[in-house]
Ligand binder design. Structure first.
Ligand code: SF4
Length: 307
């Protein structure tokens, strides 16, 4: 145990594949410039939504939030499509699609507040939402302990994000082979594919998919990947928005979603002007009644009329 602790302190810093830095060539940046501009324009629109900084008290997302998030992710995908073509990555399997899910054993980190809120709003109506949150909490706590065990910080709460303890803790956690709770293991598809985090969208392993599974002998050193980060200005805008929103959400997806559960008392975070979702006592979303069954009211009325 002591040796493991010393190794965590003084041993080599092993980067997870999703942390490898990819420098984009000038021609690729130029080709994707129009999409980078569109990403920034949409971020500015989201940032300007009235009530964005009041979500903590209103427990509502501003009107127009969801369409703008769709718009943002559309531009992000278009930006990545151009970069994939420029860098010859079309064949690379992405996390969350069949063939690429070995990368989903590494928990998504660096998820911005608006992304976490968007994913929460998508997942909240799922019938198994309660089980999902239980799993997320379990993994978030486990990952937190893995990070803490390699930290020398006096204040256990103040571990530097991006520091050695966090990196080594994330690696230890990945080696435990907990697949992301958002993955539908039977179909090998991410259940929030359309809303998945930008960090998952950015990751493109270029070595064989089996190398990306954390129990592979070559993991993580033998995994090569291109991580197609957003332009710096867009990254800064996302960070500034996080500060303005003031929800202090964790950059770890497994932790930020349970934080939103706490903030919203487990309810859906409705968009202003959106029809409220009917909740049942057990916290699940009430399904609309099936009116095409024999005992439905409309059939009962017809029977009575015939008499
Ligand atoms: S959010 Fe989706 S794509 Fe990202 S790690 Fe989880 S399952 Fe994979």
């Amino acid at each position: 145990m002591a040796l493991e602790f010393l190794a965590a302190l003084f041993g080599p810093r092993l980067k997870l594949p999703s942390d490898q830095v990819t420098r984009l060539p000038g021609r690729a940046k130029k080709a994707a410039a129009a999409h980078a501009t569109a990403i920034q324009a949409t971020l500015d629109k989201i940032s300007g939504l009235p009530g964005l900084a009041d979500m903590k008290t209103t427990k509502r997302v501003p009107r127009g939030f969801s369409p703008l998030m769709k718009e943002l992710l559309h531009h992000v995908d278009a930006y990545h499509d151009v970069l994939r073509e420029q860098l010859g990555l079309q064949e690379s399997k992405r996390p969350g699609e069949p063939g690429g899910c070995n990368a989903c054993y590494t928990a998504p980190v660096g998820v911005s507040g608006i992304e976490a809120i968007n994913i929460y709003r998508t997942a909240r109506p799922w019938p198994d939402f309660r089980e999902l949150v239980t799993k997320l909490v379990e993994y978030a706590q486990e990952q937190y302990k893995d990070v803490q065990s390699g930290s020398t910080a006096k204040d256990a709460e103040k571990v530097r994000f991006g520091g050695k303890a966090v990196q080594n803790g994330r690696l230890t956690f990945a080696k435990k082979l907990h697949v992301c709770p958002m993955l539908d293991v039977s179909t090998q598809r991410c259940r929030v594919w359309a809303e998945r985090p930008i960090v998952c969208r950015s990751h493109h392993p270029t070595t064989p998919p089996e190398n990306s599974k954390p129990d592979h002998p070559d993991f993580p050193k033998g995994v090569r990947a291109k991580n197609l980060r957003l332009p710096v200005r867009a990254q800064v805008t996302l960070q500034q928005m996080d500060k303005r929103i003031g929800l202090e959400l964790s950059p770890f997806l497994y932790a930020s979603l349970p934080q939103i559960v706490q903030l919203s008392d487990g309810q859906q975070l409705q968009e202003v002007g959106e029809a409220p979702i009917r909740m049942q006592q057990d916290g699940s979303v009430a399904r609309p009644a099936n009116r095409n069954v024999a005992h439905a009211k409309k059939f009962q009325k017809k029977t009575k009329k015939k008499k």
